[in-house]
Design a protein around this ligand. Structure first.
Ligand code: PLP
Length: 386
């Protein structure tokens, strides 16, 4: 078999038709907890599915290739993936995280730091002075999330990674918002890439899962050992479904981001919209860095509606095509109100510091017809603001 190199081919066909028993085209799902020994003291490739499973390992290999890493560990959720990276820290070592990171990430970091498992600083990583100060304080790990949730702020991964390396720190990038179709943090200097595979990688809103891809083989081994020790590895069936979703990653993301770009330009021209946050807009503060470090602008965007909470409620209740729900990255378009939904766990002060106001609305743009999406937004804006 010739070596496959291009990412579209890896996503569509890596591991296809390798089944030694029957030549199955789709990699089979191995729903087993345990594996028979070949004989006394003769273990086979797998012994127990918490430790390793052929279906999960296939997904891990495909993800590692897509991100350009030495290997991957597939776990039960995006949060488990972040926690797995945090397993490497010892008391007294510092984690630097973005001040506007995913709220579940913030909660996990705060809970673990409160137990003394590491020191913690939330920093605006675009602020070079603040980042420099934090790096000087025994920092072991810099966590990056770009574009950020829900404001789509973009930071320069290569620049931050270089400074972190200089300070002796490792870098982990949560690449959930773009997926490997649009951004590869390892090529930009990251040591770890984190995914909530729940989102674009699976892409069908029917699995919760996560993965960590490591640049170095010794880090893959260490993370695998931790995942086995703590038991956070993902289920074989979830891995099978995620691999199935992953086959169409590239065409999905490509089409979804076309819809998102059309929606962003539509919203930018509406009098009822006070601001649109989308790195694809030439006027967006993140446009220049995004153009350099991403292969596309993605299918997430957010905007501020002119008016009050009541305007927001009227708008959200008038929509027919968009579904009011948390999560993102699926084939169907979802809409969320961060202040009462995804970011309600943050204090009002923390929300304000992160720039998340009460009229901010987040969109995860799906695969529906562009005109249906825009017409839906147009009629809901009209009804909410007359
Ligand atoms: C959803 C999400 C997570 C958490 O993933 P789960 O699969 O829900 O545990 C982490 N980071 C980002 C950016 C996310 O969007």
């Amino acid at each position: 078999m010739p070596e496959i190199k291009r990412p579209q081919t890896i996503a569509a066909a890596h591991g296809v038709a390798r089944d030694a028993a029957f030549g199955a085209v789709a990699p089979p799902v191995y729903l087993t907890s345990s594996y028979a020994f070949d004989g006394f003291d003769l273990p086979r490739a797998h012994e127990y599915s918490r430790t390793s499973n052929p279906t999960r390992d296939q997904l891990a290999r495909t993800l590692a290739l897509l991100e350009g890493g030495a290997g991957a560990v597939v776990v039960a959720s995006g949060m488990a993936a972040i926690d797995l990276v945090l397993s490497r820290l010892s008391p007294g070592e510092r984690v630097v995280a973005p001040h506007d990171c995913y709220s579940g990430t913030r909660r996990l970091l705060e809970l673990r730091a409160a137990k003394g498992q590491f020191d913690l600083s939330f920093v605006d990583e675009a602020d070079t002075e603040a980042l420099g100060e934090a790096l000087a304080a025994r920092t072991k790990l810099v966590l990056i999330e770009t574009p950020s949730n829900p404001l789509l702020r973009v930071v320069d991964i290569a620049a931050i990674a270089e400074r972190a390396k200089h300070a002796g720190a490792e870098v982990a990038v949560d690449n959930t918002f773009l997926s490997p179709a649009l951004q590869n943090p390892i090529a930009l200097g990251a040591d770890f890439v984190i995914h909530s595979t729940t989102k674009y990688l699976n892409g069908h809103s029917d699995v919760v899962g996560g993965a960590v891809i490591a640049a170095k083989a010794e880090d893959v081994a260490e993370l695998s050992a931790w995942a086995n020790a703590t038991g956070v590895t993902g289920s074989p069936f979830d891995a099978y479904q995620t691999l199935r979703g992953l086959r169409t990653l590239f065409p999905r993301v490509e089409r979804q981001q076309q819809n998102a770009a059309a929606i962003a330009s539509f919203l930018s021209c509406q009098s009822q919209v006070a601001a649109v946050h989308y790195p694809g807009l030439a006027t967006d503060p993140g446009h220049e860095i995004a153009t350099r470090q991403q292969r596309g602008f993605g299918a997430m965007l957010s905007f501020e509606i002119t008016g009050s909470m009541e305007t927001v409620a009227g708008f959200l209740e008038s929509l027919n095509v968009f579904t009011l729900a948390e999560s993102l990255g699926g084939v169907e378009s979802l809409i969320a109100h961060p202040a009462t939904m995804t970011h309600s766990g943050m204090s009002p002060q923390a929300r304000q510091d992160a720039g998340i106001n009460d009229t901010l609305i987040r969109l995860s743009v799906g695969l529906e017809a562009e005109a249906d999406l825009i017409e839906d937004l147009a009629q809901a804006l009209y009804h909410a603001t007359i």
